[in-house]
Structure formats: structure tokens, C-alpha cells
Design a protein around this ligand. Structure first.
Ligand code: SF4
Length: 365
């Protein structure tokens, strides 16, 4: 860890940064990966791990995963030695699994090539697997005290409102970055970034921002115009394509048949239930699919499972095996006790399917 040193708070007390930092000193959120204002800088391993987990994921969802990872792999070296399947299973439920694969790749580069030390600047951080411009800036500022311009979705909202930026996202991003750069102080850049995140996550909420309590009320053009909720302006969302498929439940004596997904494609390498290829044009009874692990007979459970990925929405029919030819199952797979299914590390989609099977079975008893 690096000491924050004796940097001045900010040179001028009438800047946006000064007002925000004074507010942050009194109101910073306590988060497990964070040091409080004016303490020493946070551990780069903690900052990196939390920032990767927080991509597209809420603080509340991340907290238990962060605690689990830190308890099991307390340093980048220990994480680098973990086996892939254990890390994927520990990540199960957080989604966006490419993050977990890159997490492991990055840990191995840092532990193997960099003596376990994260680089302290944005340029070198960006060379690491899974670290893009935002994450590099956040680590450089928060863990190393470097001046960096950190813009996440919360900061985008605050800055759009402060400057009443009316160009729709995502076209407005360069302008938002430029404005964030203009208000980022030289000293305490990490605290400033976290203060902006906290303001966006709390007072400057998406709906009904609490402007009366905001330390930047007098700087805020959207507040002055009486239209904070109109920002950020967003381009209309395109409807997500719909896909459909079938998942195959083979259940015997309170155990369910699980497989490992291919090493490429969606949910690569994850433990899962057998399923077809989620083709958008599937028609008729998906249990007839040549991808079913057994010939049948199959019954379709009345309630399908729905799940939304970044680029498409998926509806999976649930087929449940009604035969007894269990010895015909392919060799690649394993029986897993339903009572311990939480330990299988299934992605959320398949965990939902297992729950639906269990509910269906109970209803039939
Ligand atoms: Fe957000 Fe309101 Fe503060 Fe403006 S005054 S930054 S809209 S909370």
C-alpha cells in the first residue's frame, strides 16, 4: 500500500472539487474494498478486484462475492494459483463471465511477470487482461493517488447534470470526460473519484435526486434549470433480439445431470445443465433436438425460464426426462445432489432452471 502523503486538500476552497471533498470527508460510504478519506491508499489488489466485480453490477451484489474472494484468495499470488474451475464456480451468479476469465489471466500476469505488484499508472495498467480505460483510471487514482479522470455511469450522470449536457449518450461521452477532467483536482484524485461515485449513487440518483442536500447544488446547471431528471439524455434503446432454446433436466434419486460447457462461446467452461444452442428460429418441441442428452421420452414443464444477457433475451423451455435409460447418458457429465446444488457454481440462468424443476417436481408429488 502507498501512503497518501501530505498532499494539500485542494489549493482553492471555492472549487467544485473542494466542495465535493468536504462533503466526502463527512459522508463517504464505508465499503469493504475502500479506505476512508485521509487514510492510507487502498490495497491495489482490493481496488482491482472490486472494480472488475462492479462492472455492470451493483455494490450490494458485489459485497458478498468480494468477501468470499478475499477470504479464499487473500492476495494476487494466491488467486493466480487458483484453478480455473474454482474461480468460475466462485464467480457464478455475478454474470458476465468473461470478467472472471480475465481476472485469472490478469492475476497470473501480475503474479508471474510483475512480482505480484500492480503497475501504478494508467498506461501500464491498461496492458493487463480485462483492464480497460475506466478500470485503469480508477486503480491509478484510488490505489496509487495518481491524477486520473475516472468516469463510470454514476459520474456520467452527475457531470451531465452539472453541465446540462444535452447531447444523448453515448455520443456525449467525450464531452463528459472533458468536463470531468476540468473539475478533477491534482491532489486527492482518488478521493475525488470516489466522492463523485458516491454522489451519483446517493444524492444524485437516477430518479428524484436530492438536490436540497447536494454540496454541488450551486454549481449545477440542471438544478438551476429545474430539470435534473432530464439528464443524462439517452439515445432510444434498441429492443434486444429474442432467442429461444431448451434446457434438459435429467433427474434421478434427487440428483441432476450436469455438464461442462464448451471452452468458447456463452458461459464458456461453466458447469451447466445440458441445453441446445439457443437458436432464435427454433420451432416445435425443442426436446426433439439432436442436442438432447437422451432420446426421450421428454416432457415439457409448463413454465419456461427467462433470462436477459447483454445482447439478447433468452427464453428456455424446460424439458424433463421421463425414461429410465440413464446408462445411455454421454460420458462427459456428472450427477450432482440437488441438496448441494448451490455448490455447483451454476450460472444464474441454469440455477433458475434447477429451481423451476424442483418446483415442478414438488407440485407433481
Ligand atoms: Fe445532482 Fe441535484 Fe446535485 Fe445537480 S444539484 S449534482 S442534479 S443532486
Amino acid at each position: 500500500m502507498v501512503a497518501k502523503g501530505k498532499a494539500p486538500i485542494v489549493e482553492k476552497s471555492d472549487t467544485v472539487a473542494a466542495r465535493l471533498l468536504r462533503w466526502y470527508d463527512a459522508h463517504a460510504r464505508k465499503l469493504p474494498w475502500r479506505m476512508m478519506p485521509r487514510e492510507k491508499l487502498a490495497d491495489p489488489y482490493h481496488v482491482w478486484l472490486s472494480e472488475i466485480m462492479l462492472q455492470q453490477t451493483t455494490v450490494a451484489a458485489v459485497k458478498p462475492y468480494f468477501a468470499k474472494f478475499i477470504a479464499r484468495w487473500p492476495s494476487v499470488e494466491t488467486l493466480s494459483q487458483a484453478n480455473d474451475a474454482d474461480v468460475m464456480a466462485a464467480w457464478a451468479g455475478l454474470g458476465y463471465y468473461a470478467r472472471a476469465r480475465n481476472l485469472l489471466k490478469c492475476a497470473r500476469v501480475v503474479a508471474g511477470d510483475l512480482d505480484g505488484t500492480f503497475p501504478g499508472n494508467e498506461t501500464d495498467l491498461r496492458k493487463l487482461p480485462g483492464i480497460g480505460p475506466y478500470t485503469a483510471a480508477a486503480i491509478a487514482a484510488i490505489a496509487f493517488g495518481q491524477r486520473a479522470v475516472v468516469v463510470d455511469a454514476n459520474v456520467e450522470r452527475v457531470v451531465s447534470r452539472l453541465f446540462a449536457i444535452d447531447t444523448p449518450l453515448p455520443a456525449s461521452r467525450p464531452h463528459i470526460r472533458e468536463k470531468t477532467d476540468a473539475i478533477t483536482p491534482d491532489a486527492r484524485a482518488g478521493d475525488f473519484a470516489q466522492a463523485m461515485m458516491d454522489l451519483g449513487a446517493g444524492l444524485c440518483a437516477v430518479r428524484d435526486p436530492a438536490c436540497a442536500l447536494c454540496p454541488l447544488q450551486h454549481d449545477c446547471m440542471a438544478f438551476a434549470a429545474g430539470t435534473p431528471a432530464a439528464f443524462p439524455v439517452k439515445a432510444p434503446k434498441k429492443a434486444k433480439p429474442l432467442r429461444a432454446g431448451t434446457v434438459f433436466g435429467v433427474i434421478r434419486e434427487n440428483k441432476i445431470w450436469l455438464v461442462r460447457r464448451k471452452d468458447t462461446g456463452m458461459l464458456a467452461g461453466m458447469r451447466a445443465l445440458p441445453s441446445d444452442n439457443w437458436s432464435a428460429r427454433r420451432s416445435g418441441n425443442g426436446a426433439d433436438s439432436s442436442e438432447a442428452p437422451l432420446h426421450g421420452p421428454w416432457e415439457i414443464v409448463p413454465k419456461a425460464v427467462h433470462h436477459t444477457f447483454t445482447h439478447f433475451s433468452l427464453t428456455l423451455d424446460l424439458a424433463v426426462y421421463q425414461g429410465k435409460d440413464f446408462e445411455m447418458l454421454p460420458s462427459a457429465g456428472e450427477w450432482w445432489a440437488l441438496d448441494n446444488i448451490a455448490d455447483a457454481g451454476l450460472p444464474t440462468l441454469f440455477a433458475k432452471a434447477v429451481k423451476a424443476y424442483e418446483k415442478y417436481q414438488k407440485a407433481r408429488q
